[in-house]
Write a protein that binds this ligand. Structure first.
Ligand SMILES: [Zn+2]
Length: 159
């Protein structure tokens, strides 16, 4: 097993606070919010300096990704249950028998079918892979998203 590096989002301040709706679940079907933390684990071989990857580069890249989500309403663009209509400065969300009209600048539209912790972790992982040029010695990347302290989802990808 190759060595790994770990980033803990709570302790490294890679966090964001956002609102969302998960129409698939009755309890989460109302607009509500969480503070999320993003964790990362990277497995790979060390370079000749004894480093798998620069911690600060990884943290800065993750912060750049999560800052776009911070203090926004997370809208799942690919949702089958949520009807999304963009008007001039607003977005109208219809789900089941409810409608929300929200300022468009307060929203971020994500390419996911629901804004579960699992899907947010996949989204962040994909963004991270796009932004980092990963050298060959990196074998896998894992991203964790905690929805509040003590519960979260993890996804991983081989390089
Ligand atoms: Zn929630």
């Amino acid at each position: 097993m190759s060595p790994c590096i770990n980033i803990d989002g709570w302790r490294s301040n890679i966090r964001f606070s956002s609102a969302h709706i998960i129409p698939e679940y009755e309890k989460c079907g109302s607009l509500h919010g969480h503070t999320y933390a993003v964790h990362a684990k990277i497995n790979g071989e060390m370079d000749d300096k004894g480093i798998i990857m620069d911690f600060s580069l990884l943290k800065e890249t993750l912060r750049g990704i999560v800052n776009r989500l911070d203090h926004k309403i997370l809208i799942p663009r690919a949702s089958k249950l949520l009807k999304i209509e963009k008007e001039k400065n607003n977005v109208k969300l219809s789900l089941l028998n409810k409608q929300y009209v929200l300022p468009i600048n307060d929203c971020i539209f994500l390419p996911v079918s629901s804004t579960s912790a699992e899907n947010l972790a996949s989204y962040i992982l994909n963004e991270l892979v796009k932004k980092l040029s990963l050298h060959r010695q990196i074998e896998s990347i894992e991203i964790g998203v905690d929805e509040g302290y003590g519960q979260g989802a993890r996804v991983s990808k081989k390089n």
